[in-house]
Ligand binder design. Structure first.
Ligand code: SAH
Ligand code: SF4
Ligand code: F3S
Length: 454
């Protein structure tokens, strides 16, 4: 491929972040270097359509690119991800700059397509078909990958929650073959990863589609946890209805599995959960939380919540607040319900006024801030283990002997960012160190190293 490099702009969930990282490795393997928005010859916008706002951001980003790079005839703009899947070739009319549209499965062939487009400036391509199986992707450029790695275990979702566009943009659930998953995990560990996060829209339904190879999600967890060199294992996102006794037991049996679980509740009212099509009620969710905490007493939970779903009354909303208190979430992502084209909920008539939604969102977020702060504050005085990611932008300071100390950032087993002062030596990335927690900030912790454990 030619010079002047590539630039990728990513919106949306962890799956998109992961796809963008893979694209970057595939471009690098083809001899293209990472570059800036102002300079790059190839610009990829990897899009999200889960709510209206992220979708609008995609359109304004394309507008910005047009203004910034007007008149450059050799510029190649590609749109990938969920909005690309949804709008398809309509992009070519909406935005003349766009020469490639690649959807959720099409992205696997995007690097080769971009190579062709660079050779033939008259061409435009779309890759929008869903494949019937999980598409294995080319390995991409090799090299160190950082201490935390993400590994896809499936594509798509079969749940069709009433509000959600994901099953339409990502297609049907397709489990990846376990051999391929395990070999990618081994490869990441060989490249320096210490922590692996297994990714999917409904990870704990892994294997329960026609593409499974007989291994269950809990069995997969056990096999990944046993890989030499792995210190920490996580997964995102599980569905409460698919959390079985084996999954719960994994939290008791696997020390590598972090004591942190992101478990989307969405709403506290049984009537709303029913209309959402979530297939659990508040009592089921509380029973599950109890079982998980019995298996792993130090477990911390986080969640996703939607306020102002069509028909949500003030009493329904109060039920969400009650559940948030009862579950004691350490953090949550909360959103106002947003109409998505083609979903069942978009046809519900009893929509909630935006100002009511906004008011509920602020009240919910105030409660969550309180719970999150209390959870962080309760950890001060305790010890924990950090996986060091790199130096943090915070200023360092001289230690008592006058040696220079630098602020490093790591994550504890809960995924919380922790800052710690350590000697200014290189090569601490990927090390695990023991620390004492000394102070809680708004979303992070400050700590001191215990002895010279690095
Ligand atoms: N597969 C995951 C995440 C899906 S998308 C799951 O099942 O939880 C991430 C979050 O976006 C969802 O959990 C939900 O809280 C939110 N979301 C999805 N569609 C939405 C919509 N139409 N309006 C508002 N929030 C939505
Ligand atoms: Fe969307 Fe529901 Fe699937 Fe999650 S489980 S991606 S919310 S349809
Ligand atoms: Fe967004 Fe698609 Fe992920 S809609 S949240 S990028 S699956």
């Amino acid at each position: 491929m030619q010079d002047r490099g590539f630039h990728i702009i990513t919106f949306g969930c962890q799956m998109n972040v992961h796809d963008s990282q893979w694209l970057a490795r595939a471009f690098t393997a083809r001899g293209l270097a990472e570059s800036t928005l102002e300079e790059a010859r190839v610009i990829v916008v990897n899009t999200c359509s889960v709510r209206e706002k992220p979708e609008q951001k995609v359109m304004s980003t394309l507008g910005r690119i047009r203004q910034l790079r007007a008149g450059e005839s050799d510029l190649l703009v590609a749109v990938t991800g969920c909005v690309a899947q949804q709008l398809g070739t309509e992009f070519f009319e909406r935005e003349p700059l766009v020469r490639l549209v690649a959807g959720s499965d099409g992205i696997a062939s995007a690097p080769a397509a971009i190579e062709r487009l660079l050779e033939d400036p008259t061409l435009r391509l779309s890759l929008l078909d869903f494949s019937s199986h999980y598409i294995e992707r080319e390995a991409g450029a090799q090299g160190p990958c950082g201490p935390m790695a993400h590994v896809n275990i499936m594509q798509g979702c079969d749940n069709f929650c009433a509000y959600c566009i994901v099953p339409f943009t990502r297609g049907r659930q397709k489990s990846r073959l376990s051999d391929a998953i395990l070999s990618e995990c081994r490869q990441r560990l060989a490249q320096g990863a210490r922590e692996i996060c297994l990714l999917g829209q409904n990870v704990n339904a892994f294997g329960r589609d026609s593409h499974g190879d007989g291994l269950s999600f809990a069995q997969l967890l056990r096999q990944v946890a046993a890989l030499p060199g792995l210190e920490r294992l996580r997964f995102v996102t599980p569905h409460p209805k698919d959390m079985d006794a084996e999954d719960v037991a994994a939290f008791a049996d696997l020390p590598q599995l972090c004591p942190r679980l992101h478990l989307p509740l969405q709403a506290g009212s049984d009537a709303v959960l029913k209309r959402m099509g979530r297939r659990y009620d508040s009592a089921d969710f509380l029973r599950l939380v109890e079982a998980l905490r019995a298996a792993r007493p130090d477990l911390a939970l986080s969640t996703d919540l939607i306020v102002g779903f069509p028909g949500e009354s003030e009493a329904d909303f109060q039920a969400t607040l009650d559940m948030v208190r009862a579950c004691g979430f350490m953090s949550s992502f909360s959103f106002c319900y947003s109409d998505r084209p083609g979903t069942r909920a978009s046809r519900f008539l009893d929509k909630i006024a935006p100002e009511v939604q906004q008011d509920r969102l602020l009240r919910l977020q105030a409660l969550q801030d309180e719970l999150g702060q209390a959870w962080l504050a309760a950890r001060v005085g305790g010890t924990t283990t950090l996986l060091l990611e790199g130096k943090s932008p915070k200023p360092g300071s001289p230690d008592t002997d006058g040696a220079r100390l630098t602020s490093w950032q790591g994550r504890d087993p809960y995924g919380v960012p922790v800052h710690v002062l350590l000697p200014e030596q290189a090569g601490l990335e990927g090390h695990m160190i023991a620390v004492n927690i000394v102070e809680a900030k708004k979303h992070s912790l400050l700590a001191e190293a215990v002895g010279e454990t690095w």
